[in-house]
Design a protein around this ligand. Sequence first.
Ligand SMILES: NC(=O)c1ccc[n+]([C@@H]2O[C@H](COP(=O)([O-])OP(=O)(O)OC[C@H]3O[C@@H](n4cnc5c(N)ncnc54)[C@H](O)[C@@H]3O)[C@@H](O)[C@H]2O)c1
Length: 257
Amino acid sequence: MKLAERVYLVTGGAGGIGAGVIRAVLDEGGRAAAVDLDPADAEAAARRLDPSGESVLGLGCDVTDAAGVERAVADTLARFGRLDGAVNAAGAVFLDEAWDASAEDWNRTFDINVTGSFLAARAVGRHLKQAGGGAVVNVSSNCGKAGYPNMASYNASKSAVIGMTRSLAMEWAADDINVNAVCPGGVDTSMLAGVAEWLSPRVGVPAEELLAGMGPAQLRRKVTPLEVGRVVAFLLSDDAKIIRGQSISVDGGDTPY
Ligand SMILES: NC(=O)c1ccc[n+]([C@@H]2O[C@H](COP(=O)([O-])OP(=O)(O)OC[C@H]3O[C@@H](n4cnc5c(N)ncnc54)[C@H](O)[C@@H]3O)[C@@H](O)[C@H]2O)c1
């Protein structure tokens, strides 16, 4: 039980990788706030993950709203009496050929993926500084390391998350706040299904067929949200204190660095 009694604020916690992270935190004896855009979705996910209602709190919050993020931190502290870190899994992708991509979509991508992650990391980080330390894990992407077509804004935003992770890790080391990132790829979530739906008419292949082939080549299946969650749970734990400012690929070997 690497995370016994500990409490984490997990953005994007209503589904996909965020919910996989919460499952892994629970498996290690921890507790979590599942933070997501729609309060009803967040609460439903909390009940699904922990029918007892004791270990997971569902909270509605838009991570681009600084005041809302502060409220989510306060609500988590009020409910559990402690907070040991943050996992930034809230994210969005707006696909388009670069020629056609709008500035609005570009900015929304950065608002959610970069600014939202920063606001949640800092709001939780302020508490960790006072409490004597903790850990933050940002969910970047293999897209933050390698280039993919039709995803310029997403690729750029996920590279920014890697840069932010390095900077926060250095700045907050003195306060014993460990900051790392994971770079997943080919994870079986609604985001990946959305990518297949977008591509399907453009390449003339049914979306289900495209989706079936979207797992990492070496793995020959998609990565599960829980597999990403277990790596995140390790990075939150004291066992990972020696790993700092890293962005670790969890994409079944697709990105060999
Ligand atoms: N699925 C993959 O293959 C993959 C690969 C690499 C990285 N990622 C990243 O993993 C993270 C989780 O994605 P996922 O695949 O689980 O997709 P997902 O769509 O299932 O989950 C994303 C969650 O973020 C929430 N969200 C979006 N905007 C938000 C906002 N402004 N405030 C609060 N919550 C918000 C959504 O409601 C959703 O629940 C994202 O950052 C994504 O970029 C996914």
